[in-house]
Design a protein around this ligand. Structure first.
Ligand code: NAP
Length: 243
């Protein structure tokens, strides 16, 4: 049986680094993306360089039907394979104060992170339960732990994912499936491109943003067999910004 890791939002940023890390651990990788096919193909080439297989899967995690169809078709045509590791990483920001937030900004952010996590996990969970082994890692944020002004939507989405992580971990621990969340602070990616790193770094004890690879190393550990007794946890990775 071939074991796969599915990484949502694997085309760029943290998701790409996670795909490469999981490939280095021997996993074949399913790289999900929403619109950026060229970037997803680049990730696939980086994954294949580790001698494992890679496939790109285009779907919008927020679209339940699309998720069911695309992952369902893959499962149907790959009956001898199992998704053993799921990283719910896809996420977006639409920052503004609540008083000026549009319904669309609220919905888009919640639908991508929180609803997206539900849609993808639902599709992958049953085979994982039958397999009696698995790793689910949810990419949350410091914002979901402490709340950030200007990010009521994003903070709510990530806090919702944290609650779901803790609840699901307890439901499926007996089947050797762990569910954990990773909560980065500021990480250098397209998402933080327009932020002023020099100014913001002053409030970070380590005085710098993190790299996608540093986050991927943590995800790699949580995805490995070595993390077998850790479940239902939120692990922060933020240069000491918040404890
Ligand atoms: P990024 O560089 O903006 O990349 C976002 C990724 O998510 C892309 O691969 C994008 O695909 C994908 N994506 C977005 N919406 C999607 C959808 N509806 N369906 C499927 N894929 C979708 O972001 P990042 O900084 O790597 O962030 C990754 C995760 O870490 C997010 O959940 C984010 O909230 C979290 N996080 C980031 C930071 C940070 O400082 N960067 C801090 C805390 C938490 P396309 O390429 O196709 O657009």
């Amino acid at each position: 049986m071939q074991t796969f890791a599915l990484v949502t939002g694997g085309s760029r940023g943290i998701g790409r680094a996670v795909c490469v890390k999981l490939a280095s651990l021997g996993y074949s990788v399913l790289i999900n993306y929403k619109g950026n096919k060229a970037a997803a193909e680049e990730t696939a080439a980086l994954v294949k360089a580790h001698g494992v297989s890679a496939a790109v899967l285009a779907f919008d995690v927020a679209n339940k039907e699309e998720v069911r169809t695309v992952i369902g078709n893959w499962q149907e045509t790959n009956k001898e394979s199992i998704i053993e590791v799921l990283v719910n990483n896809a996420g977006i920001r639409q920052d503004t104060l609540l008083m000026s937030m549009t319904d669309e900004q609220w919905d888009d952010v919640l639908d991508t992170s929180l609803q997206g996590m539900y849609n993808v996990t639902k599709q992958v969970l049953n085979p994982m339960l039958m397999h009696r082994y698995g790793r689910i890692i949810n990419m949350v944020s410091l914002s979901g732990l402490k709340g950030m002004p200007g990010q009521v939507n994003y903070s709510a989405a990530k806090a919702g994912m944290i609650g779901a992580t803790k609840a699901l971990a307890q439901e499926i621990a007996k089947r050797n499936i762990t569910v954990n969340a990773v909560a980065p602070g500021f990480v250098k990616t397209d998402m933080t491109e327009e932020l002023n790193e020099k100014d913001l770094a002053k409030m970070i004890p380590m005085q710098r943003f993190g790299s996608a690879e540093e986050v991927a190393d943590l995800v790699g550990f949580l995805a490995s067999k070595q993390s077998s007794y850790i479940t239902g946890q939120v692990i922060s990775i933020n240069g000491g910004l918040y404890t």
